[in-house]
Design a protein around this ligand. Sequence first.
Ligand code: ADP
Ligand code: ZN
Length: 732
Amino acid sequence: MDGLIAQIAVAAPLDRLLSYRVPESLEAEVRCGMRVRVPLGRRTAIGYVLEVGPGKLDALKPVHEVLGSEPLFPPAMEKFYRRAADYYQYPIGEVIRTALPAGLSGGGNEVKALAERIYRSSAAAGTPRGPRQRELLDYLHRVGCASRSELTTMFPGCHASLKALVEKGFVLEGQQERMRDPFSDMPPAADTQVEMTEPQSQALNVIDQALREGGFRQMLLHGVTGSGKTEVYLRAIEQVLRADRQALVLVPEIALTPQLVSRFRARFAGGRATLAVLHSGLSAGERFDAWRSVARGEVDIVIGARSAVFAPLERLGMVIVDEEHESSYKQGDGFRYHARDLALMRGQMEEAVVLLGSATPALTTFQRACSGKITFLELPERVMNRSMPQVELIDLTQERPEGILAPLLKDALSANYERGEQSLLLLNRRGFAPYLLCADCGDTLRCPHCDITLTYYLAQKELRCNYCDFHRQPPDQCPSCQGANLMPEGAGTERLEQELQELLPAARIARMDRDTTGRKGAHQAMVTAMEDGAVDVLVGTQMVAKGLDFPGVTLVGVVQTDNLLNLPDFRAAERAFTLLTQVAGRAGRGERPGKVYVQTYAPEHFALECSVRHDYEGFAREELRLRQELGYPPFGFLVNCVFSGVLREQVETAAQKLVAQLSGPAAKLGVEVLGPAPCPLARLRGKNRYQVLLKAPTRPPLRHLLTRLPGMRRTLPGKVGLTVDVDPLDML
Ligand code: ADP
Ligand code: ZN
């Protein structure tokens, strides 16, 4: 019997599309881009229609139900999804599920999930037991009402205490609509009309030319910090809009880039263009609404983080990837895509211009620019003849600090404060101290579930694992030797803040890290306080290095570099150089010049020497030379296969089995198989982890080898998980 057949990507771990019969009653509704419910084995599953056409129905099962009334993506996206799935060897249905806005994944026609669980303190008498419950209750008394996600950010691992409080009647649980656009109450920045600098104009000319010619072009805008990259983006987009096409702007993290978003709003709001900001602060319903209006073609400019690369724009003229080197563009679990790489793939398929911008391009990007694949655009100087900050290394082997800060940096901070200028300090560790050390036996307190020391938090008097939910009160005695001399060792932002307050008792100090920015609006409040000059010194983790533009900052201090340089990862030097350059770039962006001090035990390291000279190219060339010797990216391609499970031996055996199965075909294809070896973080959240790294000088043999994985996956013992990471960034 003939009829209509739909090719459907079912949201399940399947490596191909499935065919379903379209019942006559649904013929009008089953179209590309529709979400449907289909039978799968003995259950039903959600799927996405990719194609519909005539064919033999035979024994095909029918589509059960069509969900929603309009397509979620235009037909052009279908090819993009397929290529992405193929590239990352990830099930196509899961790729599409990841791409679509969250909150859709359940069944039903309506998008629900508008509500979020919230908690408020009740009038119940008595006192709860345990410091943790008291702490939670105190907090709720103070703020009145808080969402579950807010509480778990403020008090990691608080589920049990929260539940106890609710059960005892101290806390009331309820539901509330999710928060609205966190930027909506922010006045848009005034749009400043500036005269373009010569390099800005030149870069823009090349971009305009490419836009007029049409077709796919990839470009790298390498502009030093404060060189005015954003202005180039804004003008390029004006050009895109004039050609009646749409623009997609990817930023690393929306919540951390309020200044950039408000500059876009200022330029395009007020009827000049419709702008949608996709971000995680939106409720599921709002996100779905925004998505739908993009899919209907009502939006000209989409700004969003990683997942916005899937925004269903149909007339895409340009994709901008700001701070393209940022590792947050890579998804760390599930479908492990890299948004910059997918932006390039999408640009190629939809004949758009892709503009990658950074002061510190990823080495893979720079190498492509050197080889001529990417057009290289450069903004070598800061705007308004502002100078680059002067960077000075403080050799800690010579200048031993009493506490965290060397005398030189202390003096500079005091002097800067006396002058009434703002300072910024980077320390890439949260908490008070990275561990408690027993002064008697030298043991440290470690997480029972992870291969990592427990971080000590002074304010909460708590030891906490930064990877899992584990936390405990610090013991009075060492668990190994019963000694009573447990000392907080090393430094985190909390301790730095304390030392700073002692140094400058009258100064207004703010701390910006994941612990202080969990609450809604907290990050924004700190940014505003810095902008208004209400903060003298901002202390924080790498958050402070990201894209912020505070003209009042004239002094930057980097407290620790050695932990960055010594990570067991071939990208350690690249990451260190990038972070240093980015944080240094926060200094001297206003009228007064900036000064940067970097504390280190390895002042002769080339990554540091190059950052002193602001020499990106020098660093890149040296690092590329090392990579080439070792065949690491961009001169080789990697796939990381990570096995994990509770029983170490089972995991190791599974990994060995994979190696045995792969090594024959790998040798024929010229793929190196490295391992199995325990991951650098050999235990995480109670699971033992082994990795097998596949490495080849070109991509095709790797991809060929990967097609064998689904078969091998089926032979794994049920309790061992396997994740496959194509182009891995994090290999710890
Ligand atoms: P980048 O992103 O390259 O670090 P920004 O785009 O944030 O730099 O620009 C830094 C500052 O310079 C911003 O405050 C911006 O408004 C300003 N600016 C940009 N272009 C010009 C220009 N041509 N003339 C004067 N100021 C400019
Ligand atoms: Zn842990």
